[in-house]
Design a protein around this ligand. Structure first.
Ligand code: AMP
Ligand code: TRP
Length: 338
C-alpha cells in the first residue's frame, strides 16, 4: 500500500493498436480480471491517445478500440464491476498530461528505454507524442489517484517514472495530492517472448504473425503456431534451473504455467524429461481450450458495435466523475482559476 491514506484503486490501460496478443493477455488482462474479482475498485482503459503516438488509420482505430473493449469483456472484465472506458472520452487525461509534462524533467525522459527501442536510429522522425507519452501515462494513473498498476515487465520503468512525477508534484506544490502508485508485475508470464526468437518480446507490431498468438486466432492457427515455435533439441529439464540459457524452452514453460495457473516448477515436475514433440501438442491444446472461447465471445460482441459504444459512453461518464474533481484540485494547486 502507498505511503499515505489513499483508497486502494487499480488503474491500467492497453493501446488499441490492433492484434491483442497472448502476451497482453497473460501479462496484463488476466491479472486485470483477477484484481476486479478480488473486490478492489478497478478502472481499465483503451488508451487511444497513446496509440496515435505512431500513425493509426482513423477507420481502423475505431474498430481496434471496439475490438479491445470486446476483448476485455470476453476475458472476464465486467463493465458493472470495473469502469471500462476509452481514454480520449475523458478530457482529464490530456489536461493533466500537459500539467505533468511541465513537472517531468527531460533528464528523466531521456532514460526511458522503450522510447529508445521504438525509435531506434530514427528518433528524429518520431512524433513528439511518442517521446512524451510516459508523462501522459502518469496522468492516466494519477487522474484517479490510483495506488496499484498491473502491467507487464516492459512497463515497470514507466510506473516508476510516474512515482517520480507524483513525488515531485507533491513536493513542488507542498501537498499530498498524489499517491506513489505501485506496479503489480506478477505471475509466470510477465514477459512473454516471441515464438520465433526467445530474445524478443511477443509484440503486436512484430512483422511476423508467426511470432505471436493473437487473441483472434482460431484453434488451428494457435495449434500450428505452437507446433512451429522455435525450440532447442533437448528435452525439458525437471527443475527451473535447467531453463537457464534456454529462452525458447523457458518461454513455452512460462506460458504453460500461466495458462494453467500453476508454477514453473510444478510444470517441470510433470513434464521434465519429455521432448518438445510431446509437450507442444499438450500446450497447444491448453492454449486452444483457454483462448478459443475468448475469441468466439469477442466475435459475438463485435456484432453489436452500438452496444459496445453505449458501454464505453457509460464507462467514460463514470471515469469522468472520479477524475474531474481530482483535476480541479490539481488546477487549484497549480494556481489556475477553477
Ligand atoms: P501494449 O500492447 O504495449 O499497450 O501493452 C499492454 C499491456 O500488456 C502492458 O501492461 C504490457 O506490459 C503488457 N504486455 C505487452 N506485451 C507483453 C508481453 N510480451 N509479455 C507480457 N506482457 C506484455
Ligand atoms: N503505456 C502502456 C503500454 O504501452 C499503456 C498504458 C497507457 C498504461 N497508460 C497506462 C498502462 C496507465 C498502465 C497504466 O503498454
Amino acid at each position: 500500500m502507498s505511503e499515505t491514506n489513499f483508497k486502494e484503486r487499480v488503474f491500467s490501460g492497453i493501446q488499441p493498436s490492433g492484434n491483442l496478443t497472448l502476451g497482453n493477455y497473460l501479462g496484463a488482462v488476466k491479472r486485470f480480471v483477477e484484481m476486479q474479482n478480488s473486490g478492489i475498485e478497478t478502472i481499465y482503459c483503451m488508451v487511444d491517445l497513446h496509440a496515435i503516438t505512431v500513425w493509426q488509420d482513423p477507420i481502423a482505430l475505431k474498430t481496434q478500440t471496439r475490438e479491445l473493449a470486446a476483448a476485455y469483456i470476453a476475458c472476464g472484465l465486467d463493465p458493472n464491476k470495473s469502469i471500462l472506458f476509452n481514454q480520449s472520452q475523458v478530457s482529464a487525461h490530456a489536461e493533466l498530461g500537459w500539467i505533468l509534462s511541465c513537472v517531468t524533467r527531460l533528464g528523466w525522459m531521456n532514460r526511458m528505454t522503450q522510447f529508445k527501442d521504438k525509435a531506434g536510429k530514427n528518433a528524429e522522425k518520431m512524433s513528439l507524442g511518442l517521446y512524451a507519452y510516459p508523462a501522459l501515462m502518469a496522468a492516466d494513473i494519477l487522474a484517479y489517484q490510483a495506488t496499484h498498476v498491473p502491467v507487464g515487465e516492459d512497463q515497470k520503468q514507466h510506473v516508476e517514472l510516474t512515482r517520480d512525477i507524483a513525488a515531485k508534484f507533491n513536493h513542488d506544490y507542498g501537498l499530498e495530492l498524489f499517491p506513489l502508485p505501485e506496479p503489480i508485475i506478477e505471475g509466470a508470464a510477465t514477459r512473454v517472448m516471441s515464438l520465433r526468437d526467445g530474445s524478443k518480446k511477443m509484440s503486436k507490431s512484430d512483422p511476423s504473425d508467426k511470432s505471436r498468438i493473437n487473441m483472434t486466432d482460431n484453434a488451428d492457427t494457435i495449434a500450428s503456431k505452437i507446433r512451429k515455435a522455435k525450440t532447442d533439441p533437448d528435452s525439458l529439464p525437471s527443475e527451473p534451473k535447467g531453463l537457464e540459457n534456454r529462452p525458447e524452452a523457458r518461454n513455452l514453460v512460462n506460458i504453460y504455467a500461466a495458462l494453467s495457473d500453476s508454477s514453473v516448477s510444478d510444470v517441470l515436475k510433470e513434464f521434465g524429461g519429455q521432448q518438445f514433440g510431446t509437450f507442444k501438442p499438450i500446450l497447444a491444446e491448453l492454449a486452444v481450450n483457454h483462448l478459443a472461447p475468448i475469441s468466439s465471445e469477442m466475435a459475438r460482441l463485435m456484432d453489436d458495435p452500438v452496444e459496445i459504444d453505449r458501454l464505453l459512453n457509460d464507462g467514460a461518464m463514470r471515469a469522468d466523475a472520479i477524475a474531474a474533481p481530482i483535476l480541479k484540485k490539481v488546477k487549484n494547486a497549480v494556481g489556475m482559476i477553477v
